[in-house]
Design a protein around this ligand. Structure first.
Ligand code: ACO
Length: 328
């Protein structure tokens, strides 16, 4: 019996129409377009309006992915929604998405791994498909980060944006699909990016809200170094496990955290600039949504074609990181 493998059948993306430009931020905090552009590569980020919520964009992205995969929502037996900004604490945003899609046969849940959530989801879905427990899996990365951004903190408010991306995975016995994947975490870095209030440790009160304890706090400079090291290491591991070298890959699609992180990882891996995908200028850092949004853009533009070797790598709060190598 040939080995069963999981491969991406279809992708989709969606984001709010609202946009915050660097010029808008110049009016809100002491910053400049020049600082933001040179330190991050970001020019604008999408921002949800009042009344817009995470699953709204997740469902739109998922519908596109399902249509492109040429399956019916009722064929899906696994839904993983990677998010740190769920619609509500209970139930899982994955279940709300399931109901909207009419994917009633699926097991649906949320996965909290910050910016690595989509690659964690791909890794789990791959195992479920390989072990024959799932036939079609829907993996979504969806975030409304701007609701947790303190627009008086210039260290975080310039970075984050909103959006959703989705991928439908199916079974194959051919040469394509996920060839190798690794996920990792280290909770000792927990306080480098965290939201202290609103959970059971520091329940929401009028005081925690007025103190801004529900906002993201980030030690960006420390994270930067760990991100570069971890993404490089884990990418090297998946390439070597699958028997490939960096020069073999057609495209590197990293989590869009900061252009300088992307450049540093690509440089250390030895991947030439023309093979590195970047859309951070237009979207900012959309956490778990950034890789699936990028994949969908690449497929649409013809930058990724069937048979291409694609490397994805991510790093996020937790700290969490991971890499997935796939033959499209
Ligand atoms: N405008 C102007 N000046 C600024 C701004 C700003 N927006 N933000 C910070 N500064 C200042 C700082 O106050 C500091 O000033 P000082 O020297 O007088 O103290 C100076 O710029 C340098 O600050 P650093 O924090 O060292 O700047 P750095 O070059 O590291 O850039 C940034 C900051 C962009 C946040 C970067 O560290 C970064 O991108 N880090 C990684 C973010 C990340 O990957 N997060 C994890 C993934 S996201 C997730 O999981 C949801």
């Amino acid at each position: 019996m040939p080995n069963t493998n999981a491969y991406i059948l279809g992708t989709g993306r969606s984001y709010p129409e609202g946009v915050i430009t660097n010029a808008d931020l110049e009016k809100m905090v002491e910053t400049s377009d020049e600082w933001i552009t040179t330190r991050t590569g970001i020019k604008q980020r999408h921002k949800a309006a009042g009344g817009e919520y995470t699953s709204l964009f997740a469902v739109r992205a998922a519908r596109q992915a399902i249509e492109k995969a040429r399956i019916d929502a009722s064929d899906i037996d696994l839904i993983i929604c990677a998010t740190v900004t769920p619609d509500q604490i209970l139930p899982a945003t994955g279940c709300l998405i399931q109901a909207e899609l009419g994917a009633h046969r699926a097991a649906a849940f949320d996965l909290v791994a910050a910016c690595s959530g989509f690659l964690y989801g791909l890794t789990l879905a791959n195992q479920m498909i390989r072990s024959d427990q799932s036939r079609y899996a829907l993996v979504i990365g969806a975030e409304i980060l701007t609701q947790y951004v303190d627009y008086t903190d210039r260290g975080t408010c310039v970075i984050f944006g909103d959006g959703a991306g989705a991928a439908v995975l199916g079974q194959t016995t051919g040469e394509r699909g996920i060839l190798s994947s690794r996920i990792r975490s280290d909770g000792r870095f927990a306080e480098q990016l965290f939201s202290p209030g609103g959970g059971t440790r520091l329940p929401a009160t009028a005081e925690t809200l007025s103190d801004g304890m529900h906002f993201f706090k980030m030690r960006g400079n420390e994270l930067f170094k760990v991100a570069v090291r971890s993404m490089t290491e884990v990418s090297t591991e998946v390439l070597s496990e699958a028997g490939y070298k960096p020069e073999d890959i057609k495209l590197f699609v990293p989590h869009q955290a900061n252009q300088r992180i992307t450049d540093a990882v690509a440089d250390r891996l030895g991947v030439e600039e023309s093979k590195v995908y970047s859309n951070i200028a237009m979207h900012g850092n959309t956490s778990s949504a950034s890789i699936p949004i990028a994949l969908d853009e690449c497929v649409e533009a013809g930058t990724i074609k069937e048979g291409d070797l694609v490397l994805m790598a991510s790093f996020g709060g937790g700290a969490t990181w991971g890499a997935v190598l796939t033959r499209w």
